[in-house]
Structure formats: C-alpha cells, structure tokens
Ligand binder design. Sequence first.
Ligand code: AMP
Length: 438
Amino acid sequence: MIIKPKGTMDITLEDAKIWKYVEDVIDSVMEKYNYNYIRTPIFESTELFHRGIGNTTDIVSKETYDFLDRGNRKLTLRPEGTAGVVRSYIENKMYGTCSLPVKVYYNGTMYRYERPQLGRYRELSQYGVEVLGSSDPMVDAEIISLALNINKMLGLKGNKAHINSLGDQESRDHYREALKKYFEPHLDDLCEDCKARFDKNPLRILDCKVDHDKEYFKKAPSILDYLNEESKKHFDKVCEYLDLLEVDYVIDDRIVRGLDYYNHTVFEINADIPSFGSANTLGGGGRYDTLVSQLGGPDTPCVGYAVGLDRLVMALKEEKIALPIKKDVDIFILYVNEDEKKNAIYLANELRMAGFVVETEYTNRSLKGQFKRADSFDSKYLILLNSEELKDGLITIKNNKTKQSDQVLLEYIIYYFEEHIGITDNDGEVETDYEEDK
Ligand code: AMP
C-alpha cells in the first residue's frame, strides 16, 4: 500500500465540509473588506525566498523544499505566501497600473520541512492578506481586526491579538546593540541556533523555542524602550485604532516573528486552548516596508498576515463549534427499471439546474436500499418514479418527514419544489451572523 508522505494530510468527508465552510467564510468576509483574490505559483525561484524571507531564518536555512527541475533551475516549494505576492506585485507592475493600496488575499498550501507534530505539518494551508502601498497605521489595525473578525465569525471565542513594534531601522539598530550587550555574558549558555543568531540576527534569540524559559531571557531589554519618536507614534496610533475597533489585544514585547522582513507592527493571533500548546498561535503578520524595494520594486510600504487553516479547523473541532454546514439533500429520486432511470437522470439534471440539491441511485440498489440511502442524506423529499404514472405525465412526491405524498404533473415539478423548498442559495454565499448584522 502506498501511503501519504510524512507531514501531509488527506482532508476528506466531514472534515472536508468544515474546510470548505471555513474557506467560504473567509471568501465572503474578504469580499466585504474589498480584498482581491490572488493566486501565485506553488513553486518559485529559490532566490526569491532567500532574498525575501532572509537566509538567517529557520524557514529558509532549514525548512525549504528545494529542487532542481529538469532544466537545472533552482526552485523552491513556497514556505509562505508573502514573497510570491510581492514578486507578483513587482513583476506585474501593479504599483503603476492599480490605485494604491493594492489589497489582496490568498489561500493555499505551503511547504516546510519541519518535524511533524500537533498543528505542525510539512504541507500546511494558509490564508493571508497583503496590503501594498500604504504606511498608514490604520491598515495595521484594520488587518488585525479582520483576522480576529474572521475567527469570531467562525464561532471561535477568546482569540486575542498579541502585538509588538519592531520600530524602524534606527530603533532596531539601537535595540540590536542593547540585546547583544545583554546576551553576551550568556553566550556559552545559549543553544547552537542562538549562538549563530547572536551575530546574524540577535532579535531572533527572543523567538528561541529552546531557551526562552530561562530566567535571564525574561529580563532581556524590551524593544519598546528603544523605539524612536516616529516608531513610537506609529505604534501608538495602531493601538488607538485597535481600541476604537474594540479589538481584544495585549502588547507583548517578546514577539519578533520568524521572518526577517518585518518592521514596525508585528502581531500574532492566539487561541486559548490549553491542549494546543504552541499550536495556539493561529496566525501572525506585520509590516514589511522594505521588502518590495529589496526585491527590486519601488519603495512600497506594506502590511499583511497569514493564518494557518489547519490550526483554525483544529480549533473549531476542539471547541466543538456547531457550524451551519448544509448536510441535507433536497430531493432524492428513486427508480427501479430502465424507463424510470432515464426519467431520473433527466429530472435530476433539470432540478439541479433549477437550484435544488438532488441525489439519485447509481448502484442498482433495491427500493428498500434506496430509501435507506435517501434517509442517510436527510433527504427532504423523495420522488418515487413509476412507469405507469409516467405514461400519464405524473410523478409521486413524498415529504420524507411528514410522509405525506402528492401526485404532481411532470411539467409542474419545479414550481412544486419552489413552493415547498424554495430555491437553494446557489451563488456560493455563506449566510453568517455578519450579514444579518448589516
Ligand atoms: P508563519 O508564516 O510561520 O508566521 O505562520 C503563520 C501560521 O501558519 C501559524 O500561526 C500557523 O497557524 C500556520 N503554520 C505555520 N507553520 C505551520 C506548520 N508547519 N503546520 C501547520 N500550520 C503552520
């Protein structure tokens, strides 16, 4: 038997319905915020991630799936979504052709060679937003609120944003020096990764999963004491707008985020589920004002975030949130002989095109078996096809709950169901509390 690769998942049956529901909610909320869907390649040139995410990050130094294609090109399966979006923004000259800011969202699989564990896979799914072309702290606050709003609409309670500021280059330079001074006496005690980070990127020491519980870590200097006037002003404004939006947040000066490209605001969205441990971080993001120019585009201040769908779905299941997932079939068509079967095929097609959810028989079950199958779908109505009745243009429809039957002329069948069921919402819109609140 061939089995799936380590760190990957099959999303099937009931789980697939939850995933689809979550993705529908994301799509519908993004529409309200006027974000455009964007789809970029799953593999990109390796150089994009090295230059974009940074060579010193865990993601690029240890976790990427790199390969040479048959034409000897160095390619990498994307470990995150931002670098590809930024490349696309530059390559398609969106800065010249679109009015700024460009607001996009994506949803797709990412690949990281990590040690698989709860909420950590090698193929993971993230949805994310990027706003390219605005330095306004209003956008930082709005996207934090957007991430929490989506979780709220899915029914998750108690989610919180943990926010911090990494300031501008000048603030970070001062802070970097202060951190190095602070950690220097402890250098021998740090893990091997942190020893390497000490020279290359000391801020990332704060992100260490191995050492972070040590007493001297807790007393390390805070970036917030090193923000210059301008950086402080930006951060204060973000907090002011978050307050205005009544966002549940805490300031957490230990958040530095795993990627090199952030400045000013950084944040994580956390669930509060005791059994989740580090998988409580559902998502994170921040401002990256220099990435576009670093990758060859014009100066373009940006901000964005990504949320892990695997963990979102895990949280919904763990919290046993009842999702309004449509399970039932509107109409199940039963038949016995070939003449009835042809009518079943024809009617199923007509009724589906009219907007109803229709199921029928595909494996020659007995009538008894078909009734059982119809019940397994919670079918609202049954059409009991009968050759004799069909000769007179008649069909029998049975309400599967009340067990009441009606005989209806074939040409009136759609009207009949329109009256008794109503047209199913056919445009992919998800009805949510959000819409009702409008
Ligand atoms: P990051 O891009 O590392 O900031 O991650 C953003 C979010 O993606 C995390 O908070 C997780 O929800 C999710 N995520 C990151 N890495 C993994 C992984 N290996 N497996 C599952 N989800 C992940």
